[in-house]
Design a protein around this ligand. Structure first.
Ligand code: S3P
Length: 423
């Protein structure tokens, strides 16, 4: 599908966003293996989180929606699926669910779309094998994964890459293991799994960068609410920050401190963003964001900050090129996301006449570059589709975006909402 996005002069209004993708996956999986019923309000309508629900349904969880759009999950023991599980485009689904599947008394196969078939899974196969599972993969790392469930033992595992998905995979496997499971992180990553596990009744503690899950706790169904997705909000924050005239309120966004490095980064480069009315739901912090037109200066993202902003880098690249410039380092993980995001950023910027210098693990964009009207391409990557839709607002004429439907992976309705807030 092709969308046309016209240049804009102003951003304003009050919007709310689909539920957080990361939190929805975790609630969907944990509710399915917990005893009893859970009700999840504002569960993400994005295709990725729907993939998680279909996998859990295929594994025997009862899943319904009530009149308010909440997801009701009837959890309990899982059963062998009748067919191959389909994780679609979702790295979170395949990596996190592998932890659960590795401990089941049956064999299951999980695969996904073409993009997922190119994403590395050795990072989850290695610790799960150490725990006692047996997993086959194409070339030892690529989906489909054939997971032979076994009784697992807890391990003490130091993550070689900073990855919340891998951390979560090991912790979810640890729920079924004999003995305690410890995961040590090189840098702190999003802690939604730890928070959700605690909410569902697991015995889990975090000390510095070591997370300990004690064996034996039973999980119980819960009523939960998913905050709006801060990574989706980022596209609207950047849209506002590209304008000379902007005053936008984004309601009910998750501002968990392990995700909100985005807000600190933006404040650091001069953005006027206020977080209002912060509340807690299920251990997660939720607030409204008010963003106003600002003068943005040069940005630099490296070290632990790169891991903390990894999903936001496409949007921040657009902001950097149009304003004060941006240098990104230590970001080799960008090359193994839904697309090689260094390459897909570069190819779209090139079409707009924007210069980008790239390295194996980063890039540099000079500031103050002019964005020219162009035919752009999502390359099937939701965050590239949305980042360049926002770039198009600052272009010198209308831009087309091919493969625009991929925005629906995390944010169905994105283009309509973008039109609602721009003029
Ligand atoms: C996620 C973790 C990150 C992030 C992804 C969601 C999660 O991936 O990029 O969009 O929900 O745990 P990695 O674990 O590969 O860093």
């Amino acid at each position: 599908m092709r969308e046309i996005v016209s240049p804009a002069k102003a951003v304003s209004g009050i919007v709310s966003l689909p539920g957080d993708k990361s939190i929805s996956h975790r609630y969907g999986m944990l509710a399915s293996i917990a005893e009893g019923d859970s009700t999840i309000a504002n569960y993400s309508i994005g295709a990725d989180c729907q993939s998680t629900l279909s996998c859990m349904e295929a594994l025997g969880a009862g899943i319904e929606r009530d009149a308010q759009g909440r997801v009701i999950v009837h959890g309990g023991a899982l059963r062998e699926p009748k067919a191959q599980l389909d994780a679609g485009n979702s790295g979170s689904t395949i990596r996190m669910l592998s932890g659960i599947l590795a401990a089941q008394p049956f064999t299951s196969t999980i695969a996904g779309d073409e993009s997922l078939a190119r994403r590395p899974m050795a990072r989850v196969i290695k610790p799960l094998t150490e725990m006692g599972a047996s997993i086959e993969a194409r070339e030892g790392t690529y989906p489909p994964l054939i997971i032979h469930g076994r009784s697992l033992r807890g391990i003490d595992y130091s993550l070689p890459v900073a990855s919340a998905q891998v951390k979560s995979c090991v912790l979810l496997a640890g729920l079924f293991a004999q003995g305690d499971t410890i995961v040590r992180e090189p840098v702190r990553t999003r802690d939604h799994t730890e928070i959700a596990l605690r909410e569902f009744g697991a015995d889990i503690t975090t000390e510095k960068r070591a997370i300990t899950l004690r064996a034996g706790a039973k999980l119980h169904g819960r009523d939960l609410f998913v905050p709006g997705d801060l990574s989706s909000a980022c596209f609207f924050l950047v849209a506002a920050l590209l304008m000379q005239d902007a005053d936008l309120v984004i309601q009910g966004v998750g501002v968990n401190p392990t995700r909100s490095a985005l807000l600190d980064y933006l404040a650091g480069v001069g953005a006027s963003i206020k977080v209002l009315g912060v509340q807690q739901h299920g251990g997660e912090l939720i607030g409204d964001l008010r963003v106003r037109a600002s003068r943005i200066h040069r940005g630099a993202i490296d070290g632990p900050l790169t891991a903390a902003l990894i999903d936001e880098i496409p949007a921040l690249a657009v902001l950097g090129a149009a304003t004060g410039g941006l240098t990104v380092r230590d970001a080799s993980e960008l090359r193994v996301k839904e697309t090689d995001r260094i390459a897909t950023l570069e190819s779209n910027f090139k079409r707009m006449g924007v210069e980008m210098e790239t390295t194996a693990a980063g890039f540099h964009l000079a500031g103050g570059q002019k964005f020219h009207a162009a035919e752009l391409d999502s390359c099937g990557d939701h965050r590239i589709a949305m980042a360049f839709a926002v770039a198009a607002l600052a272009a010198d004429g209308p831009c087309s975006i091919d493969g625009a439907e991929s925005a629906g992976v995390s944010f169905p309705g994105f283009f309509d909402k973008l039109r609602e807030i721009t003029r």
